[in-house]
Design a protein around this ligand. Structure first.
Ligand SMILES: Nc1ncnc2c1ncn2[C@@H]1O[C@H](COP(=O)(O)OP(=O)(O)OP(=O)(O)O)[C@@H](O)[C@H]1O
Length: 310
């Protein structure tokens, strides 16, 4: 059995003279929710199109459950369920009729499976309504149900939160975690807004200009979904500041950066009291402490040299 659900090996895409994807290498673990983040034009959709076989790879490879998408396309692609562009649904048919339409195209999809995926995305009540009357969030969930029909082991969603209101985003968030755990699938979910998806991801990979900038763990481990931990970006005015930075690293494994007199770092809310205690116990003077004004988003994109996204 393959170690990873998916593995990108120096994957490149050139279109005309332009190298759009410049050698991406990373792995998607089994059962994890992986956030694929980057500003518009970073290359997310292009990468995803290669992952789902909609576009050829110029060089490098993508292994899906160990099968090369280049040499074992059929075996590789049967593991993947995806929503890449807006899912094609017929507005004049009900949700159920739409799903049955897809189910009939695949020999191993039974009516029971259709019921199962409907329940997974919480559409039981609305499933007999015409899709034309669905909200965008409901349509997205129906799309996810359709992508799950053939028991994929990897679910790929390109910008599923685009255009959704906060309630719709929250719903998608809940269902994604549930699907990852109940169906034991790996989920790859792209977005240009970190804040919209960070809470549902185990890890995030940030891409810019076709290159991977960083991969960060968001959750300690798969399975902690219920505790939607609040991640804070803290700013603390402390002196001496270098000592404080070293202490955070040594005692809390937190990487803090300096911004003038401030120490800026990211942590879970519940850790804040013990962090302050560490500093005070080591005779570090604290003049003020609070949530950093810049959002986590800004911080990440500052790190990668871009202030505005979207
Ligand atoms: N067929 C194409 N021909 C030429 N350039 C292309 C083509 N498709 C994409 N690009 C360019 O490749 C880059 C990456 O595009 P891509 O759509 O993958 O980015 P993205 O991260 O998905 O952004 P968005 O969030 O806007 O969809 C962009 O600069 C885009 O203009």
């Amino acid at each position: 059995m393959a170690e990873f659900a998916m593995e990108l090996i120096h994957t490149k895409k050139r279109i005309g003279q332009k190298e759009i994807i410049k050698g991406l290498s990373f792995q998607i673990k089994k059962g994890e929710v992986f956030g694929f983040i980057g500003p518009n034009g970073a290359g997310k959709t292009t990468t995803i199109r290669m992952m789902v076989g909609l576009m050829n790879i110029t060089s490098g490879d993508i292994l899906i459950q160990g099968n090369s998408i280049k040499t074992k396309f059929k075996e590789a692609i049967k593991e993947v369920g995806a929503i890449v562009e807006n899912p094609e649904m017929y507005p004049f048919m009900t949700g159920w009729q739409n799903l049955m339409h897809y189910a009939r195209m695949s020999s191993d999809v039974t009516k029971e499976r259709v019921h199962e995926v409907v329940a997974l995305v919480g559409l039981e009540k609305a499933i007999n309504q015409k899709v034309g009357r669905y909200s965008l969030g409901m349509r997205q969930r129906l799309g996810i149900a359709q992508a799950l029909l053939s028991y994929p082991s990897i679910l790929i969603l390109d910008e599923p939160t685009n255009g959704l209101d906060p309630a719709g985003i929250r719903e998608i968030r809940q269902y994604i975690r549930r699907i990852a755990e109940e169906e034991q699938v790996s989920v790859i979910i792209s977005s240009h807004l970190l804040s919209e998806i960070e809470m549902m991801c185990d890890r995030i990979g940030i891409i810019k200009n076709g290159e991977l900038i960083t991969i960060e763990s968001v959750r300690a481990a798969v399975g902690e979904s219920e505790k939607e931990k609040e991640l804070l970006m803290m700013q603390v005015e402390a002196a001496p500041i270098d000592k404080a930075i070293n202490l955070l690293q040594a005692k809390h494994s937190i990487k803090a950066v300096r911004e003038e007199k401030m120490l800026v770092f990211q942590t879970e809310k519940e850790n804040v009291p013990s962090i302050i205690k560490t500093l005070v116990e080591q005779d570090i003077a604290i003049y003020q402490a609070g949530v950093a004004k810049k959002s986590l988003e800004d911080k990440f994109f500052d790190l990668i040299g871009e202030n505005t996204i979207g």
